[in-house]
Ligand binder design. Sequence first.
Ligand code: FAD
Length: 305
Amino acid sequence: MADRDLSLAAHLRAERPSFSFEFFPPKDDEGEEVLWNTISELEPLDPTFVSVTYGAGGTSQERTVRITSRIAEQTSMRAIGHLTLVGQSKGEIESVLKQYASAGIDHVLALRGDPKGGPRAPWEPHPDGMTYAIDLVELAGDLGGFCVGVAAFPEGHPDAASIQADAEVLVAKARAGAEYAITQLFFRSSDYFDLVDRVRALDCDIPIIPGIMPILNFAQVARMAELSGAELPREVLDQVEPIADDKVAVRAKGIELATQLCRDLLAGGAPGLHFITLNRSKATREIFEALRGEGRIEAQRRRPH
Ligand code: FAD
C-alpha cells in the first residue's frame, strides 16, 4: 500500500513520481454511490493520495468533510481535504481544519476558492474571513500538524497582475509553509515547465504536481478550460475539432493526448501526476495502465526501511 507514514512532501522529494486522483463532492446520494464505486475501483491502483474538492455551497462543504473523512477512515488511501475561504469566517474555516484533524486528515489543500458568482466574478472575502490562500496556509501552520498544499497555475491565474506576479504568489505561499502545489488543468507541457522555471528562478524548490484532465467530452472540457482560464491550444483543437461529433473518437483521442502529456511531463521531471477524475474511474485507469505498462509509474509499495 502507499506509504502513509511518509508525508506527501517527503514522498514527492523521494525518487518515484506520485500519482493521485481528485474527486468532487456529489450533489446527492445517487452521485455519492457512483463516487464510492469509483473509489473502490481506483483504490487497488494504490495511489499516493486522493483529494476531495471543497464546494461553494454549504451542503457540499459538509459532504466534502464527510467523504474525505470516510476515505481516511475506511480505505488504505491518504486523503487530502481541499479547503477554501469562500463564504466562511476565519472561525468557521478554523473549525473545518479541526474537523479534518479529528478525522485523522493531516494533509490539506489551502485555496482561496472561486467567488460565489463563478470563477470569473469579482472576489469578495467574507467580512470576518480571509482574503488570499496564503492566509489559510498561515492559519493551518499556526494550528500545526498539517502538511499543506496550494494551487498553481501554469498559464497564470486569470486575476493575476501578470504571469510573473502569479509565480511570485506561489513562491510566497511556499515561504509561508506550503510544501507542495497542484496545478490547474492545462494541455501543453511547455506551460507547466515554464511555470516550474519561473518558480525555480525565484529560488524556490516546492514540488509542483501537474493536474491532468483528459478530454472525454469536448463541450465539457472546453467549458471547464474557459472557466479556469486554461487555453485549449490550437494543436489540440486541430486534433479534436474534426471529430467533435463522434463521441467515441473524441474520447479515444482525449485519452491519447492526455497519456502523451503525462509521458512528456514525467520525462521532463514532474514529481507526479494528479488526475481530475470527475468521479469516474475508467479513463484514469486506462491512462494509468498505459503509463504503468511502459514502466513510467509504479505501484507505491511501502519501502522496506
Ligand atoms: P490565491 O493564491 O489567493 O490567489 C488568488 C488570486 O490573487 C491570484 O490571481 C493571485 O495571483 C492573487 N494574489 C494572491 N495573493 C496576492 C497578494 N498578496 N497580492 C495581490 N494578489 C494576490 N476551488 C474551489 O472552490 N474548491 C476547490 O476544491 C478547488 N480546488 C482546486 C484545486 C486545484 C489543484 C486548483 C489549481 C484550483 C482549485 N480551485 C478550487 C480553484 C481555486 O480556488 C481558484 O482558482 C481561485 O480563484 C484561486 O485560488 P488560489 O488558492 O490560487 O488563490
